[in-house]
Structures are given as C-alpha cells and as structure tokens.
Design a protein around this ligand. Structure first.
Ligand code: ISE
Length: 340
C-alpha cells in the first residue's frame, strides 16, 4: 500500500458503472485512490487517467495488476470479461471487488470458485450492492431478529423506466432479477431451489423483441415462496420494492425513498430515474466497506459462493423462461471456505 496506507485501486472497465466507481473512489470514499484505469478504448482510458494524479492508463487488465502502485482491483467490465480478470487477479493474489454478475454463467462461476479455493483464502467481494442499502439492511435486521416470526413469502417489484435497445429476455433474468436472487438468499438465509417464469401479454411500451413485464417465482429450501415483478419499460422511473410476509407481521421497503410533500390537495414525492441514483448510498457504502476490509486484510460482503449461487439460479431462470415450465436449481455443496 502506498501513500500512508492508501489503497491503490485499478478500475477495470470505464463504462457507466466503472466511471461512477472512479468518481466515487476519487471524490466520495476514504482510504483509497485510483492508481490505474483499464479499458479497451485506449483514448478513453488515457483521458480519464490524465485527470487523476498518479493514475496510469492500461488496455490490458493483467498489465495494470502488475503495476507496483496497484494493491486491489475493482472489476466493472462487461460480464463476459470477468472470469479472465478474476483469474489474473488471483495470480497476483490481489483483493477484488467484482461488479455483478460474477460471471455470465454457472460453469464459469464454478471455475472462479475453484480457483479461489486453490488460493486457500477468499479474495473476492461481489458487487451485490443492495446488501448495503439502508432500507434493505433494516429489513434484514428485522427478519434476523425473529420479531415477525418465520418469513413465509417475499413480494418484490423491480421496475426500470426503460432499457437500452438490445436488452433481451435472458437479460431480464441475468441483469435484473439476479438482484432479487441475491437479496432473497441473503434476507432469508436460504438457498433458492426452483424457478418459474410467467408472463402477461406484453406491455405496448416494451421494446421490440422483449416480453416485458414478467413474473418470476422462486421456491427456497426453507419452504418460502418469492415473487418478482420485473418490469423494465414502466416509463415512470426506477422503483425497487420488497415486502416480507411473516408469521406475525409484514415489513415493506422501497415505497418512499425520498421527501414526501403535501401541497395543493395532493401528496407525493419523486421517483429516482435509474439505479445509479436510487442506490447511490448503497454503492458508496459497498465500496467503502470493501476498502476498509481490504486495508484491515479482511474480505467481507457477498462472496464468490454468492456469485456462483446467483449464476446457478439465473441459469435455471433463463431455462424456465425459455421452456415455459418450473426448473430446479443445480448447486454444488457449499465449500468449507465459504462457511456453512
Ligand atoms: C442493471 O444492470 C442493474 O444492475 C440494475 O440494478 C437493474 O435494476 C437493471 O434492471 C439492470 O439492467
């Protein structure tokens, strides 16, 4: 570590999330600096590095990881590039924060899981940032307290105002519903065992080729049922809500993430336009927690096991969606490195 223990971070991928993380490390959180930026677009990466003191520009992730100023890696490149970047980081035994998805399918996630086990210690925190959102944290604490009894059902709504052209039915599962897969496993402390996907007649606002919205159902090994409305062309903003129905009560988050105003015979607030704004605090806390843990020599937060489990549920979800029937999740036994 350089500069009085400041963590030198290489940010790999400078698209929307990568660029936002560069800003966050530079301007928002403490204890870290951007030591290198990596992108296949050489001009872009040079321009970004040029604006940050002591920051090097690379087009090859492995070269950036060999830079002596780099102590840790934040992977924000597209999902298909994650496996190679993770394996390169393991070769240098560098701590990693990897944006979701860990990798795009269960087989590659399993290879990463096996490679980390060969290292003999955890190195990866997966970027399931909802685990750092204040509202989700309150819901988790309430459920864990047992005050409401056993959770029976979770109802989730996941709405995006719109998506970019080219967004596919499989992406609804792999890019969007993957968040509910992770929060379900985390909130309930249970594994998802089966997935069913139903769909109403598509909205007239759905982009060409996308069956939107869809209704996804998970079954868990603790006997809970979970539903997710995924609706990525709702038009009115970005909205994420979750309600737990338990034996002795219910608890719900996501209704008002903002100021509530009463005026002129109406009441209401605003809805965030997108996930970068809605989950801004959660992203900040996630990266700060990673930096703090790394500086203490620890690895905390969602693990490679969580990334692999989500990939396995995604695989079942995409099959359930394509084949129109319930599909069981295939999961290996949890390795000792990831606890019981
Ligand atoms: C996007 O990739 C995300 O991760 C967002 O959190 C999610 O709401 C959105 O639907 C995805 O496309």
């Amino acid at each position: 570590m350089t500069q009085q223990g400041t963590l030198g971070v290489a940010v790999i991928g400078t698209g929307r999330m990568g660029a936002d993380h560069v800003r966050r490390i530079n301007d928002v959180i403490s204890g870290a600096r951007v030591a290198a930026v990596v992108d296949i677009d050489a001009e872009r990466v040079k321009a970004i590095a040029g604006g940050i003191e002591g920051c090097a520009a690379y087009t090859d992730p492995a070269q950036a990881m060999a830079d002596p100023g780099v102590d840790a890696v934040l992977i924000a490149s597209p999902g298909p590039a994650h496996e190679a970047a993770l394996l390169a980081a393991f070769e240098q035994d560098l701590p990693v924060l990897c944006e979701k998805p860990l990798t795009p399918d269960a087989a590659s996630a399993l290879r990463v899981l096996e490679a980390e086990q060969k290292l003999g210690h955890r190195r990866v925190q997966v970027g399931f940032m909802r685990r750092y959102d204040r509202e989700y944290l309150k819901l988790k604490a309430l459920l864990a307290s047992g005050e409401l009894g056993r959770p029976l059902m979770l109802h989730n709504r996941h709405r995006n105002a719109s998506v970019l052209p080219g967004f596919t039915n499989a992406m609804l599962i792999n890019d969007s519903v993957v968040h509910e897969m992770d929060v379900t496993r985390w909130l309930l402390d249970q594994e998802i065992t089966a997935v069913t996907v139903l769909r109403p007649k598509a909205s007239g606002n759905a982009p060409e080729g996308l069956d939107d919205p869809q209704f996804v159902i998970f079954e868990t090994d603790g006997g809970a049922l979970v539903d997710v409305e995924i609706n990525v062309s709702c038009g009115f903003g970005y909205q994420v809500q979750a309600e737990a129905v338990c034996e002795s009560g219910t608890a719900r988050i996501g209704d008002i993430h903002d100021l509530l105003v009463n005026t002129a015979g109406r009441w209401g607030g605003t809805i965030a336009p997108d996930f970068v704004e809605r989950f801004e605090d959660a992203y900040d806390r996630q990266v700060q927690a990673w930096v703090d843990a790394t500086r203490r020599g620890e690895v905390t937060g969602p693990s490679t096991w969580d990334g692999y489990a989500a990939a396995a549920v995604c695989e079942a979800g995409v099959r359930a969606q394509a084949e129109g029937h319930r599909v069981e999740v295939e999961l290996i036994d949890r390795p000792a490195l990831y606890g019981s």
